[in-house]
Design a protein around this ligand. Structure first.
Ligand code: GDP
Length: 602
């Protein structure tokens, strides 16, 4: 029957693989993309590249012209490469599709001289988690001392053209990168030595500045996609479109629009679509499909061209009613031949998958997209920071109110990633007073800032506790230093370990029994009144209570009295904070008590 027949071949086509660029700041992501776009334009006629919304399509023909003999068009049936224009793993995490990454393949840019940096490792973590294949662009080879540049050349030609010295320096840097990749759990090698790209990561030495090695990069990207992704690239271009919202933007004459990357099927004018929104799925109808107008001047009225239909893979701006609440990073689906309810359910379940687990106690997280919210949640989970609420959107007064309900002060915090703070939220922050706001557009930095704040608070707290708490001290009455017998007794002492503080109660051990003999009512060091004195010093002290020759005597060892609760806090929470001699006094004190009662201070 017809139903069993294979789908018609006409509607089946291979789509363009979607390529994302990641890497540490300043390692050359933007320059690399510009170079690829720029040389594509100068290689070919008009139409050598197509500017999409948020992406640039480079057709196979142009890839082949740029890569020379490394990419022969007859070897490929994929139509080219679609580069996402905004580099960085922020946009990469935003660009997600059903349960994984929207990008089919990634380029991790590493500066050969600077090597691995925090964001390099963060990028690799994201790629590992999403199972995205990638190549490493070992960039800026032209900065190798003594380098002799060959504009646009494949790597082999230019490598052979270098002095032994320059080659050795480059090799050294490349092997370092390969070693770093291996430390991160990736078996890697220079790309021409890689036999199986599914098992090994290829490293392509290149310069985004001079274009050396870019032919190789394009060849590896094309080869990898053709070899391992052909099946995934087979899409039904007549089928209902599936895509991801890149950005929600107000556009004059259109109201709220969504910039979308379509990775499956097609979308047409008048299609009913379902878009993930802040308050659940939005069902609406496509009013217009907009593409950037080629060579449009910034100030011209018409920045976009309308098209009737686009097929995956493509970047497109969709104008439709009710898109104000659409969420960056959310799924978008064309309804076409299914029921709206079924599609809504699809979108809902995808949104649920991205939803961040929250707890009853924790911090408030705001991020600009679903993907970045998820990435933040992952980073916080790793840092063992609980989350009370996680939402896409700018920081609003309500967030301040929610944050101030956190039980622990460390959690009365809003972490804002790549978002604005509404002015009434700033007022609210000021009014509330006890909620701290942290903002950054680099995830690891944001988490680090918060951790630093928590650590600093903890230090400050421990200091106040240490200030209030009684401290252990062992001291000895010196021979021939009795200045007064009693009321108060005034004697010279040597502090043996710990810190002797004024007003401390004084005990003397009789066997295992601590006997309180009095209370310090003054300390004098070289004739000056002091409030405390550290181990190793000799001072004279006044003790209210005892009489020398009765309760205390020359040569006696005395201790300051330590309440059980204080001893416990010192031992269990502050033992890292107190000096070694004080710890020794504490241990001695605890030992004596525990000979009598093994659970004392526990
Ligand atoms: P991004 O932050 O990763 O996008 O890095 P950029 O593309 O903005 O590059 C950072 C700096 O490195 C800029 O000054 C670039 O001109 C420079 N740069 C990028 N690639 C190369 C390269 O291959 N060679 C040299 N010499 N400089 C480069």
């Amino acid at each position: 029957t017809d139903a069993d027949a294979p789908p018609t071949t006409e509607s089946n086509a291979l789509r363009t693989p979607i390529v994302a660029v990641l890497g540490h700041v300043d390692h050359g992501k933007t320059t690399l993309l510009d170079k690829i776009r720029g040389s594509a334009v100068s290689e070919g006629e008009a139409g050598a590249i197509t500017q999409h919304i948020g992406a640039t399509a480079v057709p196979l023909e142009t890839v082949s012209q740029m890569a020379g003999s490394l990419v022969k068009p007859e070897d490929f049936d994929l139509p080219g490469l679609l580069f996402i224009d905004t580099p960085g793993h922020h946009s990469f995490s935003t660009l997600r599709s059903r349960g994984g990454a929207l990008a089919d393949i990634a380029i991790v840019v590493v500066d050969v001289n600077d090597g691995f940096q925090p964001q390099t490792i963060e990028a690799l973590d994201i790629l590992k988690r999403t199972g995205t294949p990638f190549v490493v662009a070992a960039n800026k080879i032209d900065t190798t001392p003594g380098w002799n540049p060959n504009e646009g050349s494949p790597i082999q030609g230019t490598y052979e053209d270098q002095s032994d010295n320059a080659r050795q320096r480059l090799d050294q840097n490349l092997y370092e990168i390969i070693g770093n990749l291996s430390d991160e759990g990736f078996s890697a090698d220079l790309y021409w030595r890689v036999q199986n790209f599914q098992k090994n990561v290829g490293v392509v030495p290149l310069s985004a500045m001079t274009g050396e090695g870019i032919p190789d990069l394009l060849a590896v990207l094309m080869g990898l996609s053709q070899r391992y992704m052909k099946e995934e690239m087979a899409v039904d271009v007549a089928g209902p479109g599936a895509g991801t919202v890149l950005e929600v933007k107000e556009e004059r004459g259109f109201g709220a629009t969504v910039d979308v990357v379509l990775y499956d099927g097609s979308v047409r004018e008048d299609d009913t679509i379902v878009v993930g929104g802040v308050n659940g799925p939005i069902v609406t109808e496509v009013r217009a499909l907009l593409q950037p107008r080629p060579n449009a001047e910034i100030r011209t009225e018409k920045r976009f061209d309308k098209v009737e239909e686009v097929a995956a893979a493509a970047g497109i701006k969709i104008a439709a009613p009710d898109l104000d609440d659409a969420m960056a990073g959310a799924p978008i689906r064309v309804v076409r031949d299914r029921s709206v309810e079924a599609v809504i359910e699809d979108v809902e379940s995808e949104l649920a998958e991205i939803e961040v687990d929250t707890e009853e106690e924790g911090v408030v997280v705001k991020a600009d997209t679903l993907g970045s919210l998820e990435a933040m949640a992952n980073a916080l989970r790793e840092a063992e920071v609980p989350i009370l609420r996680a939402e896409v959107g700018d920081v609003a007064p309500r967030d301040v109110a929610v944050a101030s309900t956190a039980r622990e002060d460390d959690h009365k915090v809003i972490l804002g990633f790549n978002v604005d703070v509404l002015s009434n939220a700033e007022d609210e922050l000021e009014k509330t007073g006890d909620v701290r706001l942290f903002e950054d557009d680099v995830i690891y930095q944001l988490v680090e800032e918060y951790e630093e704040f928590v650590a600093e608070r903890k230090r400050a707290q421990q200091e106040t506790v240490l200030d209030k708490i009684k401290r252990p001290c062992r001291f000895r009455i010196l021979e021939d230093h009795v200045f007064r017998q009693s009321s108060p007794a005034v004697v010279g002492v040597e502090v043996l370990s710990g810190t002797l503080k004024n007003n401390a109660h004084v005990v003397k051990w009789e066997g295992n029994e601590p006997k309180r003999v009095g209370q310090l009512s003054g300390i004098q060091e070289q004739g000056e009144d002091v409030s405390e004195v550290r181990a190793g010093n000799r001072v004279s002290v006044a003790i209210d209570g005892p009489t020398v020759g009765r309760q205390i005597d020359e040569g006696d060892e005395l201790w300051t009295e330590l309440p059980e609760k204080h001893a416990k806090i010192l031992e269990q929470e502050l033992s890292d904070e107190i000096p070694a001699d004080e710890l020794e006094a504490l241990t001695g004190y605890l030992d004596k008590h525990r000979q009598r009662d093994p659970f004392w201070g526990k």
